[in-house]
Design a protein around this ligand. Structure first.
Ligand code: FUB
Ligand code: ZN
Length: 683
């Protein structure tokens, strides 16, 4: 179906609009005009159009979700304290990121410090602060963000331009080279400002980015100059700006930017840092793309932006292209951890099945991008398999990027290590720390969804929220010990009986599917049916699109118990993935496991796991993190201390969740264990 116009604002936009209804300052605002226009039915922004939304599941915004979870809440608290503190310290004291803004404002001609995309890290940190303080007030963090925002605002030029690199080097060169991230910086600035406005109601930053976006809109677009974003990001950000301002020109601009790709129209501009346009997904128009190519983070942000545009315009061509590209990612180019982008040379994709373990690049940001994109795909299609992939990336590839202490980071997330990897305080290119921080701080975004009368439970995270259904309000409280077991309890509160379908995701891992498309499989494929009880009694359900759906007349104090069979699974990879030939991996629920030297006499490469290996579970602690570890007696080669003797025997081996590795110093580690001694290394 093709929709030619969009006249539908999503729930979040309405929330923001209604937030700004303070009669003193909002009567002249576009928001107030918009509300009035809705009431009068004479809007220039024609919300009265009856075309239905292409959205199949609308995610519940994190600000409406109170996370109480034993697994995630401490991590969110850690981000609010340790991670954001680390970002702040690095941003303003250890590096010149904040100084660059001060230098622009001081107009003394001082030199720019750092890299041309460093502004983006400041913006991403503010965005993470915004999400964090929205659910957990922190006057200290808010004051820091305000201080930075004042400095950012002071660095904006009269015409709206804001970029410390070009302003401190040579303004005449602005917008001459797509690879220089002016659009990327702008996009992160918009995301931060929208988030901060949402969290605090303060408009200063939002006004800055509106001025910037209007300036950009004045330069580029139909009948103006051509532009291809060098590092996609602005597209998705403009959709966020559209949602908060209700100004359709930002949505149009996002759509136009996407439409510029793959046409080689942007003559007169240069790409300096690559020869191959496939690197930036600029080889083929977005709607005709069939394969995943190039830089992984750029790709993820672009498809997220395309999905966001399609969510408003209903443009089916984006979804069609994205489904094909998604299959190419998930069926042939994704690690078992949900990590993507195996090659360091382009920070991205190479050949199909080229997924080396020790050399895996797997940038944290790319896994964060997988979370963003897969959520949008779930929203547009209504299918749960995208959340299976999201969950894989979230609990493994992305979460691995943050240390258990909250202030050390992985940029790359390999699936094997000979013991040289270590978590770092910061990076020269520091995109990952604030990215994982903003993801965890807004984790509540990924738990629930709704559409019409149906409630969707996508992730199993202890939390509560309320659904305003057509027939009344339902308070929903989920408790669980997930990911350590598969028991999920949901208690309902309602003033009157409400008939509504509740759809619980049936994870692929609980249903015999290691990953959609079969790149990975379970060796023992005997899925058990999930159990669904209402007040202790089984209730009927149907399974559709990856959801277990129960439709009942829910009443006050009803308790739903959803039980997923969680067991240790042995995973194999398709034979084309030669790096994993004669190797197996182990998962339990959403978690991928690894063996690390710290638990295994300093070694992780000296054991084999025969095909029939069966692990038992044992509660364990990795530092202060309570985990379920896996224990097995495995054949191992042991070398005597003086190196003169080699023995083959059995060794008790402990496997821990992948996300917890390398928190006890540098250690050898392996996710994929060899099934024969041919692949064993003794050191
Ligand atoms: O270019 C900005 C960021 O730096 C990218 O997203 C990362 O992959 C790293 O290259
Ligand atoms: Zn990164």
């Amino acid at each position: 179906m093709q929709y030619t116009h969009h006249y539908f604002l999503n729930r979040n936009a309405f929330i923001l609009i209604f937030k700004d209804t303070n009669p003193i300052n909002a009567i002249n605002s576009i928001y107030m005009k918009y509300i009035v226009s809705i009431l009068l039915g004479i809007s220039s922004f024609q919300v009265a159009n009856t075309q239905s939304s292409p959205i199949k599941i609308e995610p519940i915004n994190f600000s409406k979700v109170n996370v109480t979870d034993a697994f995630w809440k401490p991590k969110m608290d850690l981000v609010a304290t340790k991670t954001l503190d680390a970002c702040i310290y690095q941003t303003e004291q250890k590096t010149g990121r904040i100084r660059n803004f001060e230098k622009v404002a001081s107009k003394k001609g001082e030199a720019h410090e750092g890299i041309f995309y460093d502004d983006s890290d400041v913006f991403k940190a503010i965005e993470a602060i915004a999400y964090s303080i929205k659910t957990n007030k922190s006057p200290k963090l808010e004051a820091k963000a305000d201080e930075w925002i004042d400095k950012i605002a002071a660095a904006q030029l009269e015409d709206g331009y804001l970029n410390t690199y070009y302003t401190l080097t040579d303004l005449n060169k602005r917008w001459t080279d797509m690879s220089m991230h002016e659009d990327y910086n702008g996009g992160h600035m918009i995301e931060a400002a929208v988030a901060y406005y949402d969290a605090t109601g303060k408009r200063k930053f939002l006004d800055v980015v509106i001025k910037w976006a209007n300036y950009f809109d004045g330069l580029f677009g139909p009948g103006k100059k051509h532009w291809v974003t060098g590092h996609q990001e602005l597209e998705l950000a403009l959709v966020k700006l559209y949602r908060v301002t209700a100004q359709k020109k930002y949505l149009d601009l996002a759509d136009w930017l996407l439409s510029e790709r793959g046409k080689k129209l942007a003559v007169g501009y240069t790409w300096t840092d690559w020869k191959d346009t496939l690197y930036a997904q600029d080889g083929v128009p977005v709607k005709q793309q069939k394969e995943i190519t190039g830089h992984a983070v750029r790709a993820m942000y672009m498809y997220t932006g395309a999905a966001d545009v399609a969510a408003h315009t209903g443009d089916a061509d984006y979804l069609k292209a994205m489904r094909t590209v998604w299959e190419d990612v998930v069926y042939r180019n994704m690690y078992v951890t949900g990590g993507i982008g195996s090659a360091g040379s382009n920070e991205g994709f190479s050949q199909d099945y080229d997924l080396p373990n020790e050399q895996a690049y797997c940038e944290t940001c790319a896994s964060v991008g997988m979370v963003f994109w897969n959520q949008r795909m779930n929203s547009l299609t209504g299918h749960a398999e995208y959340i299976d992939v999201l969950e894989k990336s979230l609990y493994n590839g992305a979460l691995d990027g943050l240390s258990l202490s909250g202030d050390r980071f992985f940029y790359g997330n390999p699936l094997a290590s000979s013991g040289k990897n270590m978590r770092r305080e910061w990076f020269g290119t520091a995109c990952c720390p604030a990215n994982i921080a903003r993801l965890i701080a807004s984790l509540g975004n990924y738990i629930y969804g709704e559409k019409d009368n149906t409630i969707f439970v996508n992730l199993f995270v202890g939390s509560n929220t309320s659904f305003n259904l057509p027939n009344g309000t339902l308070q929903f409280n989920m408790t669980t010990n997930y990911p350590w077991d598969g028991n999920i309890t949901c208690s309902l509160q309602t003033k009157k009986k409400i008939k509504a379908p509740i759809a619980f995701r049936l994870p692929g891992w609980a249903n015999g599917t290691a990953s959609p498309g079969g790149l990975y499989s379970f060796t023992n494929n005997s899925p058990q049916k999930p159990v669904l009880l209402l007040n202790g009694n089984p209730i009927t359900y149907q399974i559709k699109d990856g959801y277990v759906i129960a439709e009942q007349e829910w009443k006050d104090n009803d308790v739903i118990s959803y039980q997923l069979p969680m067991k240790v699974e042995t995973v194999t990879a398709r034979s084309e993935l030669s790096f994993n030939n004669n190797r197996i991996a182990f998962t339990r629920g959403p978690l991928v496991y690894c063996i690390e030297g710290a638990d295994n006499n300093g070694k992780a490469w000296n054991v084999i796991a025969p095909q029939q290996t069966s692990f038992t579970t044992e509660n364990f602690k990795v530092l202060d993190e309570n985990v379920v570890s896996l224990i097995a007696n495995l054949p191992a080669i042991q070398i005597s201390a003086d190196g003169s003797n080699a023995n083959t025997g059995f060794q008790k081996v402990r496997a821990i969740p992948y996300y917890t590795w390398c928190n006890r110093g540098s250690n050898p580690m392996q996710v994929w264990l060899p099934t024969s001694f041919k692949e064993v290394r003794v050191n």
